[in-house]
Design a protein around this ligand. Structure first.
Ligand code: GLU
Length: 485
């Protein structure tokens, strides 16, 4: 990319929770700024106040912070080119719009939506490129008087000259848009509110943004933004450098959406995905550090990130891989940190209330499940057997302990466990192996499966012998006795 002073922005329009695609963009923007020692700007594009609410804006800020991103300019930190909420910059857009009108770059358009719709239908029939036909570029005195007498509120449209726009995209190379396919576009609505294309271009110029890294879905808005730069009088070498990131596809190869995958970052957070795992995984969607490397910290991402290594082909979202990375990150946590992160899940699921005694038990149990979980939310199912007051076996597991063979296993286990003197997982294992595997000649899966369900109520649990040690002799034996019909 070029040698300008790097200023990159992440500029979402939060009309809901930020999704996987937004965060992948934010992450690349952040990593590029950090890699180059430039500045990372966070700007909220909220000119559409019907869809972007204060709640969504706050959620977007919280999500970025939760993920571990920090910004040099933007909401909460300020900066010399603020404000960073577009809704607080409306007068700026209005001034530029007035200038474009005065310069003749833009014009008032009085066409009603019904008229536009009717002409679109005609375009379709005639097989010509759809879009505004330029009708109001010139308006006769009579028409103008008529529109005004009807109290029509005009929109402001940008005049697209004949020809084409060419720019170099750092990922896609040279891109050209023929203006036959870029019709005159609306800058300001009839009610005076600015549209995205006006606000984004004005802000990128005024905020001295040097590089625009954003999703490929915005590629086609680039010629319109360049047209706004021209009307603003920006010199070509001062245009930002564009880099459009590849689409993120779902498993079915269609663009990732609510329909073919989970897209909301809040959904992943609520299911116990770690922010460091989400960032690590999303960083690999369309970029790679090379040498098949997959495990990265944020610091390493910042060190290694270059636009040259961003792929131009679409990336595919793979839930299994995200889970695997999440499991890896869980295993990197020390037990106190794992305890801190799992506690809210255990409380929310009603497994514990959070007393120091309960937390002490959880802390002893965590090392034996740390290897086995892919998400933090899984701890509840794994550890609930340690805390249930009125123990019962899951309904669907019940038939498994009622079988006559299981009953025999449980009776035998009950008998030999009485004699185990020190209640440690090693002694428990030795006693059960001798009695059930060697003594009764059973396969471990059959023998220990029955005991597991009897003691934990479920076939999902931490390793059996450790579980029994944690549960203690008295409760383990009482549960086995309860399962003997
Ligand atoms: N606000 C736009 C969006 O959320 C993105 C702006 C940009 O990156 O150019 O779609």
């Amino acid at each position: 990319m070029s040698d300008k002073k790097v200023r990159v922005r992440f500029a979402p329009s939060p009309t809901g929770d930020l999704h996987v695609g937004n965060i992948r963009t934010a992450l690349f923007d952040w990593a590029y700024a950090r890699h180059t020692g430039g500045e990372f700007i966070f700007r909220i594009e909220d000119t559409d106040r019907e869809r972007v609410t204060d709640e969504y804006i706050q959620a977007a800020i919280d999500t970025l912070k939760w993920l571990g991103l920090d910004w040099d300019e933007g909401p909460e930190v300020g900066g010399q080119y603020g404000p960073y909420l577009q809704s607080q910059r409306l007068d700026i857009y209005a001034q530029w719009a007035a200038k474009f009108l005065a310069q003749g770059d833009a014009y008032h358009c009085y066409c009603s939506s019904e008229e536009l719709e009717a002409r679109r239908e005609e375009q379709k029939k005639a097989n010509v490129a759809p879009g505004y036909d330029g009708k109001c570029r010139t308006i006769s005195e009579t028409d103008l008087a008529k529109y005004q007498s009807e109290a029509r509120k005009p929109v402001l449209r940008m005049r697209m000259p004949d020809g084409s726009t060419t720019f170099t995209d750092s990922i896609r190379g040279e891109v050209t848009f023929d203006h036959n396919f870029v019709p005159d576009f609306v800058l300001v609505r009839g009610d005076g509110s600015p549209l995205y294309t006006l606000a984004v271009a004005v802000d990128d110029v005024l905020m001295k943004v040097s590089h625009v890294l954003r999703g490929e879905d915005l590629l086609s808005s680039t010629p319109r933004q360049i047209r706004v730069y021209q009307a603003m009088g920006v010199a070509t070498h001062d245009y930002p450098t564009f880099a459009h990131l590849p689409f993120v596809m779902g498993q079915d190869n269609a663009k990732l959406s609510k329909r073919n995958g989970e897209v909301s970052i809040a959904w992943y957070r609520d299911r116990g995905f770690l922010p460091e795992a989400i960032c690590n995984y999303l960083a690999l969607l369309g970029w790679s550090p090379g040498e098949d490397r997959e495990n990265l910290t944020m610091k390493e991402l910042a060190e290694l990130f270059t636009v040259e290594r961003v792929h131009s082909s679409p990336a595919r979202f793979d839930m299994k891989k995200l889970e695997a990375i999440n499991g890896d990150k869980i295993r990197l946590l020390d037990i106190d940190e794992l305890l801190k992160r799992t506690t809210p899940f255990l409380i929310k699921d009603g497994v514990i209330t959070g007393t120091p005694e309960e937390l002490a038990i959880v802390k002893t149990a965590l090392p034996i499940i740390q290897e086995r979980i892919a998400t933090l939310a899984e701890v509840s199912a794994m550890l609930k057997f340690l805390f249930t007051q009125n123990f019962s076996i899951d309904a669907e597991e019940l038939p498994k302990v009622q079988e006559s063979q299981s009953q025999e296993v449980l009776k035998k286990a009950n008998e030999v466990l009485q004699d185990v003197s020190d209640w440690t997982h090693d002694s428990i294992e030795a006693a059960l192996r001798a009695a059930l595997i060697e003594g009764m000649g059973l396969k471990p899966r059959i023998a220990f499966g029955a005991v597991r369900i009897a003691v934990t109520g479920s076939h999902i649990s931490p390793p059996l012998f450790e579980s029994m040690e944690l549960l203690g002799r008295q409760r383990s034996l009482a549960r086995i006795a309860q399962s003997i019909a």
